[in-house]
Design a binder for this molecule. Structure first.
Ligand code: ZN
Length: 179
């Protein structure tokens, strides 16, 4: 059983001034309200330290790499709030490969447009695709020779050389349509 990671962006926000003087002052917060965290929140008292920074993060489904400002983390968390938990694995694959090609405010829409589901392998996708797009009559024909002898691996090579992209993960592939 593959466990699907939850879409639950969390950030570890730290104080930069403290960090630069060798002390780690910070805590984990829900990323969608990361921009509302104040230096006083982190230090548990009033402070002259001003700049906060996201030094670690979790649950972003690959949509955040490295460090960033709390407001940037909140912006990405807002975008991810449209994403459902069951989409997290496929979205992480998509954003890794195609994320840089579009403005992140469109990430979830672009991902959903492109996604063609999870399949055992390319040949299985080719077969399912043909069955899905065929009439009842054609389907019936496909159970008879020579259609039941179709080399689905070869058919898949054709299919995946023209616009389809497969990302291999544990147990199968995520298939995406590319423009
Ligand atoms: Zn500080």
């Amino acid at each position: 059983m593959i466990t699907v990671p939850k879409v639950d962006p969390q950030v570890w926000i730290g104080c930069l001034a403290c960090y630069n003087s060798g002390r780690l002052v910070g805590d984990w917060f829900a990323a969608d309200t990361a921009d509302l965290v104040t230096p006083a929140d982190l230090h548990k008292r009033e402070t002259s330290h001003e700049e906060l920074w996201v030094m670690d993060h979790d649950g972003f489904c690959g949509a955040l790499k490295g460090e960033c400002s709390p407001s940037e983390a909140a912006e990405i968390a807002e975008i991810l709030s449209e994403l459902h938990d069951h989409e997290s694995g496929a979205f992480a694959c998509w954003v890794e490969v195609f994320g840089e090609q579009s403005d992140r405010s469109h990430w979830v829409d672009k991902f959903r447009d492109a996604y063609r589901g999870f399949h055992d392998d390319e040949a299985a996708y080719a077969r399912e695709w043909v069955e899905m797009t065929s009439s009842e009559e054609d389907k019936e024909r496909m159970t008879r020779w020579p259609f039941n002898e179709i080399d689905w691996t070869r058919a898949a090579e054709e299919l995946f050389s023209g616009g389809l992209h497969a990302e291999e993960v544990l147990g199968g592939i995520h298939v995406f349509w590319t423009d």
